[in-house]
Design a binder for this molecule. Structure first.
Ligand code: 5GP
Ligand code: MN
Ligand code: MN
Length: 332
């Protein structure tokens, strides 16, 4: 057994009060991991609060348990003094937002599957072998002797499904399928997970059409990019939660290797998502721009004027695309 894994399980066993924290701009894997760990630890008698320092996208309300995840303000109001902090699916301290304040003089446990993780915890179980952090939480819960019911199994399954693009991406390997099988046998329901995204507002289709209007190609159609400005969101009566799958739509275009989607979620604050199809290492580009992620899916957040950021990001993407393509040809 992995030593970091065992240390983390031992610390969780020892602790009475635990703060479970996810990352800003939470995705399905993050919400799933935080809820699965929180409900699991409560089942074995721990006092647990869960926090994410960001608004939780509305579609997660499909799962009523999501209301167990509290804002930073609510956790402060509760005057919670945890023995330890468990951080899930976050690759660097900035990704947990203001919950970093809880790190001082406490044991910090980091559980994550990002290769770009900066190992900022007291104990770090970081393994890129896993398609999702939710699978790592499944292992922790199992080791802790947590009994799964249908709800917990479904919530845990949600993270595996969402981080593998519903079992379609290159990270959907044997461990992913066997973990999903295990959760389904424990009562997990895929149709409930699918409802998260088969529940669209009409406004989201209008927003998609704006995104398509803004779309441009580079390098003979190997790179595609698009963006949405704050005004684009407002005009369509939407916010950034509503553009969740857009970068995936861009990557699905035939012949594309790299898809880039820039989202001005606040005036002057832009989140950039990178997705690649076969070989481009998005995480290298994202790290270069101050973010992180995986080889096929990565991102970063930049401040400034949207048009300027679009221009800069596309310039850097083209440069890195050409250099990665050349070194690939050399290796071949
Ligand atoms: P997305 O494009 O869906 O926001 O993120 C894709 C992947 O990149 C996810 O694994 C996410 O955790 C990571 N990622 C996205 N944005 C950032 C960022 O600003 N910083 C870091 N470190 N990772 C990010
Ligand atoms: Mn995540
Ligand atoms: Mn993840």
């Amino acid at each position: 057994m992995n030593r970091d894994f065992l240390n983390i399980v031992a610390e969780l066993n020892k602790a009475k009060k635990i703060l479970v924290v996810g990352h800003i701009m939470p995705d399905g894997d993050d919400v799933s991991s935080v809820l699965s760990a929180t409900l699991g630890l409560r089942k074995i008698g721990k006092e647990v609060l869960a926090g994410i320092d960001w608004r939780i996208p509305w579609y997660f309300q499909e799962f009523e348990e999501v209301n167990e995840i509290l804002s930073y303000e609510k956790i402060m109001e509760a005057n919670f003094n945890p023995d330890i902090v468990l951080i899930l699916d976050a690759s660097s301290p900035d990704r947990v937002g203001r919950f970093q304040e809880f790190f001082d003089n406490r044991t910090v446990l980091v559980v994550d599957h990002h290769g770009t993780n900066t190992l900022f915890g007291t104990y770090n179980w970081v393994d890129t072998k896993y398609g999702s952090t939710a699978q790592m939480v499944l292992r922790i819960n199992t080791e802790l002797g947590v009994e799964y019911d249908e709800r917990l199994a479904t919530l845990n399954l949600m993270g595996i499904a969402t981080d593998t693009g519903f079992f379609r991406y290159s990270n959907a390997d044997e461990i992913v399928f066997s973990d999903a099988t295990k959760l389904v046998s424990l009562g997990g329901k895929m149709y409930l997970v699918s409802r998260l995204f088969e529940n669209k507002r009409v406004e989201q289709f209008k927003l998609l059409s704006t995104m398509i209007e803004n779309m441009k190609m580079e390098l003979d159609g190997q790179i595609v990019y698009s963006y949405l400005s704050k005004e684009d969101y407002e005009r369509n009566n939407c916010n950034e939660d509503d553009s969740g799958g857009f970068v995936g739509e861009l990557r699905s275009i035939r012949g594309i290797e790299l898809a880039i989607f820039l989202s001005e979620y606040e005036k002057g604050e832009v989140h950039v998502s990178f997705r690649s199809r076969d070989w481009f290492d998005c995480s290298r580009l994202a790290v270069f721009l101050g973010g992180g992620g995986h080889p096929r899916a990565a991102g970063c957040t930049l401040k400034g004027n949207l048009n300027v950021i679009v221009e800069e990001v596309i310039r850097e993407a083209k440069n890195m695309f050409v250099s990665q393509r050349e070194s690939r040809l050399l290796i071949k």
